[in-house]
Design a protein around this ligand. Sequence first.
Ligand SMILES: C[S@@+](CC[C@H](N)C(=O)[O-])C[C@H]1O[C@@H](n2cnc3c(N)ncnc32)[C@H](O)[C@@H]1O
Length: 289
Amino acid sequence: MPLSSENFEFIRSFAYSSAAIVLEPGKEYLVDTRLSPLADQGGFDSLDDFIHKLRRDRANTLFHDQVIDALTTNETSFFRDFHPYEALRHQILPQLIEQRRTSRRLMIWSAASSTGQEPYSIALLIKEYFPELASWNVSILGTDLSSTVLTQAKQGIYSQLEVNRGLPAPLLIKHFSKTENNKWAIKDEVKKLVEFRQMNLNKPWPILPAFDLVFIRNVMIYFDIETKKNILKRIRNCLLPHGYLFLGSAETTVNLDAEYKPVTFNRTVVYESISSSRKGAAAALSTAN
Ligand SMILES: C[S@@+](CC[C@H](N)C(=O)[O-])C[C@H]1O[C@@H](n2cnc3c(N)ncnc32)[C@H](O)[C@@H]1O
């Protein structure tokens, strides 16, 4: 039975208010595909019954989280798009290492890190190509809204299919070990560079350190213009001078935030904040407004 228009409207406004996710009219099929398995698991007769329960049960945050989890797209892979990581390896990290020689500190944030492939790709690159950073204070923070993806990210365990996507075989052999059930677990010396925390980009942010690099890739495509502007502004408050913002290949700051300057490194564009107010590691509270 097709989803009622009233229930679709409810899910639309629920996704927007909870996670800033925009579900355009016509995306009923998406709601149906994503939520029907939850309705089936819960023993509901129809998707409409399931949504009625969601509407009544406003205090059940676990239930609400499951629905938001199901509505988000968690697609990711190791070294996704390749070129940003080439720029990181050959230009951006060597440049940052020169600039941070005195502080010997590098802080990197992967906002919307999904199941962890993005922050672990950065950690693998650092481990493999920048051994001099072993004596530095290097930290990579991975955050995501979804507790389900964070569970896998924290475990650092991936299927054969997942490691086949983008992870070069020599890095797999060197930095992962095979588990009893034929999966691949990232080794502790790489894993310990990354810390994961739950964080909704659309709510007030916790106190964050000042970052040298912020990756917020392939998530803002789901947000509207006002939300993108707000998040880009808040990221500027977290970026250190000469720090860079990395976006997905279909994303840009152009026409959203003039305080970012696009900088081209071979086949990738990153964004430098020209009004970075963060001068050191001091923490600041970013608000949703
Ligand atoms: C398509 S994945 C991108 C993963 C990775 N950055 C990449 O480019 O491969 C998008 C991620 O954004 C997360 N997400 C969606 N809305 C969010 C929000 N409001 N706050 C934090 N994370 C969010 C989803 O849970 C999902 O894991």
